[in-house]
Write a protein that binds this ligand. Structure first.
Ligand SMILES: [Fe+2]
Length: 207
């Protein structure tokens, strides 16, 4: 399997506020085909990362604008479907009121690319339709904004829940092997083993 990352920059908007953000765009596949995890901000940069490979799908970890705002342009250019969990459709509709995504993500789905299997884990909390993608054969999980290096994703704005995100992380991420690499939607990677000991501390405080 081949893993590439490009970092793109733009604006996250929610609840009438704007924030400058850098997003990780992960590309999983091989030299022939690839999936893009979160087509953020900059279609040209993402398509350059795909290069001459077949883009099989864009998988959106959730519907916040900073994770999907280049998805339609990339998908249209490459001729691929966009995947999103339907519980984030109301977030998608803010960005693309006239263009529905193509395929619903469902917990337990398996997406194959480049000989690897990506297993869909529905991990609500940061948003209702938030999903992670676990690649058992590579010992890695792509967590979007559900789990970062240093803690859970933000839950202070609309459609979020701190208790729900901790339940999702505990049930679906901290049950993975400790040496599983965690590749996040923003910032540095981490591992399950590095983050799991902090759960009691996170439980003891409310965001
Ligand atoms: Fe987000």
């Amino acid at each position: 399997m081949r893993l590439d990352r490009v970092v793109t920059s733009g604006i996250f908007s929610l609840d009438g506020q704007d924030f400058d953000v850098d997003n990780n765009v992960w590309m999983v596949g091989d030299d022939n085909e690839v999936v893009v995890i979160d087509a953020a901000h900059d279609a040209e940069t993402i398509l350059a990362g795909v290069a001459d490979r077949r883009l099989k799908a864009i998988i959106s970890t959730h519907g916040h604008n900073d994770h999907i705002n280049a998805a339609v342009e990339v998908a249209t250019t490459a001729g691929c479907p966009i995947f999103l969990h339907p519980d984030d459709a109301m977030l998608w509709d803010v960005v693309y009121p006239e263009h529905r995504f193509d395929t619903d993500l469902t917990h337990g789905d398996v997406i194959t690319v480049g000989g690897a299997e990506l297993k869909v884990l529905h991990t609500p909390g940061h948003s209702p339709g938030g999903c992670c993608l676990y690649v058992p054969s590579q010992g890695m999980v792509f967590t979007g904004d559900t789990l970062f290096n240093g803690g859970p994703g933000a839950t202070g704005r609309s459609f979020s829940s701190y208790d729900v995100i901790l339940d999702s992380i505990e049930a679906h991420l901290f049950s993975l092997p400790a040496d599983t690499a965690v590749h996040t939607g923003h910032g540095d990677s981490t591992s399950i083993g590095a983050e799991a000991p902090s759960m009691p501390e996170w439980r003891s405080k409310q965001e």
